[in-house]
Write a protein that binds this ligand. Structure first.
Ligand code: F6R
Length: 248
């Protein structure tokens, strides 16, 4: 795993977008799995600009959404799909057959998990996975305690995730379960980027990067990924004791 620390959220986001763009240039038919959330928002803005300036073509890429809130319809402004659609799919003119998201309204969520796992297998696995980290150390909705060998599954969300998740919604919303790709998908992806920004993430970043790898802090598994890249801004890195070696 490699660690890169950037001065601020802007430079972190710019470099993250460049990582994605250069990956797609090298592998135009890449299978990309992308997180929603506040952290990658600006990286996606930068990616849109780079794509426009450099006339990038995503027509052969596949896009897989990392996760979704169970029971939340796709047109809800707080859904992961809505976020990815507004920030990436629509502006980059990604065609519907290239987009693979969860149906979080399905009455049969275990079939939904199987469908996603099968799709990823048939595509030959995930090439690039971009994830954020939750305040409780989660990746996607792999909550603390999730075993590393899980593929797609439905997770009962812990209190932190249920409360922090309210920030995506205009009014209080019941968020009890999530459907998510698993940590095994992360570990099997050809490249995994974890990004974190802001002082509020500093403690969980330190736990993930400096304490022993543990399922109690799911983000810590990124350290087992031989092509894992952790990208932080100075604030998110501010609690690290020995993380400065990775400063670009
Ligand atoms: C969202 C997702 C979540 C977030 C995490 C951080 O698709 O998978 O795990 O990445 O909760 O969220 P933000 O970026 O809003 O701090």
């Amino acid at each position: 795993m490699q660690l890169k620390i950037f001065a601020d959220y802007h430079s972190l986001s710019e470099q993250c977008a460049r990582e994605i763009a250069s990956f797609v240039r090298q592998k135009p038919d890449a299978v990309l799995c992308l997180a929603a959330g506040d952290t990658p928002r600006l990286a996606y803005t930068c990616l849109r600009r780079i794509a426009g300036n450099e006339n990038m073509n995503f027509a052969k890429c596949s896009f897989i959404a990392l996760d979704e809130w169970v029971g939340i319809p796709p047109e809800s402004e707080g859904s992961c799909y809505f976020f990815l659609r507004e920030n990436l799919f629509k502006p980059l003119a990604i065609a519907p057959p290239q987009i693979h998201v969860f149906n979080a309204l399905s009455p049969d969520l275990s079939s939904e998990c199987e469908r996603m796992d099968k799709l990823i297998r048939e595509k030959g696995g995930i090439d690039l996975m971009l994830v954020g980290v939750g305040m409780n150390g989660h990746i996607g909705f792999n909550e603390p305690g999730t075993p590393e060998d899980r593929y797609t599954h439905v997770a009962e969300l812990d209190d932190t995730t249920q409360n922090v998740g309210q920030k995506y919604f205009k009014k209080r919303t019941k968020l009890r379960f999530g459907i998510t790709l698993g940590l095994r998908h992360l570990l099997e992806s050809r490249k995994a980027i974890l990004i974190a920004s802001g002082r509020k993430k500093a403690d969980v970043v330190r736990l993930a990067l400096e304490d022993p790898v543990t399922t109690k802090v799911p983000a810590s598994v990124i350290r087992k990924h031989s092509h894992g890249l952790v990208m932080l801004d100075e604030e998110a890195a501010s609690a690290l004791n020995n993380g400065r070696a990775g400063t670009p």
